[in-house]
Ligand binder design. Structure first.
Ligand SMILES: C[S@@+](CC[C@H](N)C(=O)[O-])C[C@H]1O[C@@H](n2cnc3c(N)ncnc32)[C@H](O)[C@@H]1O
Length: 243
């Protein structure tokens, strides 16, 4: 998994992630994260640190970004050094993470869709759970179980060029990001719900991505309509209630 993101141009990735095309998902993550003032946040699969920086700027007290790709973390770290916000980055595999702290919020933005098997998905959920304090929350973005490649697909991100059935209720997609081939997985709702429950999470909720009316009325309305009708991503929240 690390090698997929170790060979991409992470600088360019970071630049693209800042573009307005990602504003619907960013709005959703911000809304679900809520007031971050004084909170401890872990950004699992932080990549180049887009949401780590968001959390710190939104008032989080402590932000730790974890990613399996040294290449992505190098850019995150460089950005931190050029404009310090006080974020700590660590190399780590979310499917076998030790407990770092009792976080108030764990972000997992496009992490779960890289779980190659159901047991890996379960392990990722367990890592997130272990790093939350009782009462702490998980906010995730993943591949929408209802995403349908046979319908018009949103061009805002790298569209998959192959889709193959991988295992029960799971499709494996491949997409090209520059010279690297990235594979990721679309699973059904129940795979997530069961993995989260087994890890100990409660109050799981799905949150479709919505496109602001201003964008739907703007010059790129046709593309935004495609996103709204066939969104490739969906948000998921859950809570650790028990200790
Ligand atoms: C699409 S990027 C998302 C990065 C960031 N969250 C964002 O929204 O820009 C997916 C990231 O997941 C990381 N990743 C994939 N599998 C992982 C794992 N098992 N543990 C930690 N990071 C992982 C990749 O290295 C990559 O940086």
């Amino acid at each position: 998994m690390a090698e997929q993101y170790d060979s991409i141009n992470a600088r360019r990735y970071d630049y693209q992630r800042r573009l307005e095309i990602f504003s619907p998902e960013k709005n959703q993550v911000a809304a679900l994260s809520g007031d971050l003032h004084g909170l401890k946040v872990m950004d699992l699969a932080c990549g180049t640190g887009l949401y780590s920086r968001y959390a710190k700027r939104a008032g989080a007290d402590k932000v730790v970004g974890v990613d399996i790709s040294a290449n992505m973390l190098k850019v995150a770290q460089k950005i931190e050094e050029s404009a310090p916000l006080g974020i700590t980055y660590r190399l780590g595999d979310a499917s076998r993470m030790e407990k770092i702290d009792n976080f108030d919020l764990v972000l997992a933005i496009y992490l779960f869709n890289y779980a190659r098997t159901l047991s890996e998905l379960q392990e990722m959920c367990t890592s997130a759970f272990a790093n939350l304090r009782p009462g702490g929350r998980l906010v995730a973005l993943t591949i929408n179980p209802l995403y349908d490649m046979r319908k018009p697909v949103w061009k805002g991100w790298y569209s998959p060029f192959t889709a193959e059935y991988a295992e029960d209720d799971c499709t494996r997609y491949a997409t090209r990001v520059e010279s690297s081939c990235i594979t990721y997985y679309r699973r059904g709702f129940s795979a997530y719900e069961e993995s989260l429950s087994s890890a100990g999470f409660e109050q799981q909720e799905w949150h479709p991505i919505s496109v602001p009316p201003s964008l739907l009325a703007g010059p790129d309305a046709s593309e935004w309509i495609v996103l709204e009708k066939n969104p490739p991503m969906i948000a998921l929240s859950a809570q650790r209630l028990r200790s």
